[in-house]
Design a protein around this ligand. Sequence first.
Ligand code: WTA
Length: 622
Amino acid sequence: MNITSLTQYKEQYEAHKDDTAWLETCKEYEWFNFPTKALEGNFNDANVTWFNDGKLNITVNALDRHAKNTPNKIAIIWEPNNPEDKEIKITYKELLERVCKFANVLKDQGVKKGDPVCFYMSMIPELLVGALACARIGAIHSIVFGGFSAKALAGRIEDSSVKFVITNDEGPRGDKKIPLKEICDQAISMCSCVEKVLVVRRTFANLDYNEKHIIINDLLEKASSTFEPVVMNSEDPLFILYTSGSTGKPKGLLHTTAGFMVWSNQTFKNVFQAKDNDIFWCSADIGWITGHSYMTYGPLISGATQVMFEGIPTFPDPGRFWNIIDKYKVTHFYTAPTAIRALQACEDRFYKEADLNSLKVLGSVGEPINIEAWNWYHENIGKNKCPIVDTWWQTETGGIMISNLAGVTKAIACHATNPLPGVFPILVDADGNEIKDKKASGNLCISKPWPGMARTIYGDHQRYIDTYLSTYAGNYFTGDGAKRDENGNYRITGRVDDVINVSGHRIGTAEVEDAINKHELIIESAVVGMPHEIKGQGIMAYAISKGSHADIMSQINSHLVEQLGPIAKLDKLVITTGLPKTRSGKIMRRILRKLAAGDKDNLGDISTLVNPQVVEELINKL
Ligand code: WTA
C-alpha cells in the first residue's frame, strides 16, 4: 500500500474496511508460504489472528532482500555518545552478516526457537543486531530499557522465565556511564531462572566476571556470517515488551511476526513518506516500542538509511540533536514532545547555529504535544516548511494508528488527525455507548482488530481481556481520552486511566504507590499526575508518614530509584494526615488530581467523603 495522495488515502481507507485487502499488501513481502487468510477472530472471542497460514522470517524482509538488492546501502549510522568518537556506518550487507554472527553465537549458547531472551543494554549496534538475531532464530526478544532499576529488571526477567540475558558492561550516557552489567548482576541475584549472561564490552571497564558471564565480543567476530532464517508461522511470537498498567505489575505485551511486520512497515512508509535516499532518525531508545517499530523493524523492512544515537540531547551541549541532523543531512526526524520542550527551554543559539536545511519531515510521539512546543518545532526546527506528523499509538498497537501522512493529508497543530487504513476508532461515553456525533469527546476505542495489535499479555491472557477488551465489550479500549472535530480529526487529550505519562513514558500510579508504601516511613500513599512544563506530566504523591522527617522527599526518591528506576522519581510530595476517602474506603483520586493541577475551586461534590476535613488540610498545604 503506497499512499501518495489524499484521494489514495480515502480509497485505501475504504478498501481496508474489508480485512482481506491486507492480503494485497502482503505481496510486498517475502514469504516461505504466502498467506491466504487475513483476519480471523474478533474482540469478543479475544483470539485474533492475522495471516495465520503464512510462513516467513521477518529478518528476510528487513535484511536479506536489501543485502541482495542494495548491499552497499547504509542501513545504520551509529553516532556515539561522545561527538569526538567516530561514527560507525553499517551497510545492509554488513548488517545481515552481523545479525547472522549474533544468531550463531546465540545458537551456540543454547538459545532456541521460542525462548524469551532479555536485553538490558544501551544504544549500541549490538542491541539492534541482537534483537534481529533473535528474530532470525525464532527466539522472543524482551528488551528492557537501560534506565530501569535492578528490581524492575528482575521482575521482567522472572515474569517471562528468561534463561538468557544480554547486557553490556557500561552504557555511556552524557558525562555518566550507566553500570548496566552491575545492575544486571543485582537483578539476576534476585531471580532463579537465568542460566547465562552474555556481555558485550562497550567501554572495556575493568569489571568482575564470573562463570555465568560470557563475554561475546570475540565470539561475535569469529562466528560464521551466514545463518539460515528459521521458518516462522505468522502468529509465532516476535517479541515481548513490558509496559506499565493501572495495577502494580507491568504487562508483557506479546507481538507476533507477520502482523507486526506489516504494521510497523506500512505505517513507517505511509506516515513518513521517506524516499530512497532520505535519512531517517528516530531518537527513541530501543527499550521502548518506538525504537522497536521505527528503528529495529519498520525502516529496515523498507530498506531505509537511519541514524542510531547512543547519547542524550543535551550532551555535550543542547545543540547535539541539531548538529547530528546537519552532520548526516537527516531528512526525517522523529522525537517526543518532552525532548522538544527541554530543548526549547535552552538558549536559542543552539538551534540557530545549526543549518537544519536537510529536514523534510518532523514527527512527534508519546504524549500530547502542547501548542507552544508544536509551534517552536514547526518554526525553528522545521523552518515552517516541514510537515509535522503527530503520531498517536501505543505499545499495544504495535505501530502508528492515528496520524496525518507527511505532505499527503493535512496537518493540524496538536492533532493526530485521521486514522490509518485499517484503523476504526470510535468515541464512547461514560456508559459505554458509542458517540455518533461527528464533533464529540469521549474515551477512545478501536472497534476492529488490526494486524499490528498485541495478541496477549505474556502468561496472562485473562489480564489482556480484562484490561483492553472488557471495559467496552466488542471494542479495544485504549485508556486514552480524545476529541473529534466536525471533520473527523482526532485530538488525543491524554490518559483517562491510572497511568501517568512522564516524559512520554508510561508509569502506573499503582506501581509507584506499591513502591512508596514499602518505604519504612510511609503508612499510606496516593499517586497522581500533575502538570509539568518539560515532562508533560510529573509524579505527585500524597502520603501519610510516621512522624516528621526533614529530608523525606529525597529519601523516598532514592527508594523509588532503587525500586523502579529514575523515571519514577517524585516531582512533588505532600505529607498529610489523611487521604480523601469514600465510605467504602476508596481513595477519591479525582480530588487529588484536581488539587495537583491547582484546580482547588472545582473539586465537585466532596460530601460523600468520610473525611472532608482532609481536603481543607491539603488545600492549605499546596
Ligand atoms: C500517549 C508510545 C497524544 C497516549 C508510542 C498513549 C500520545 C501512550 C501520542 C502510549 C500522541 C502516544 N498524542 N498522546 N501523538 N502518542 N501518546 O505505550 O497516552 O509508550 O496511550 O507508546 O502515549 O505510550 P507507549
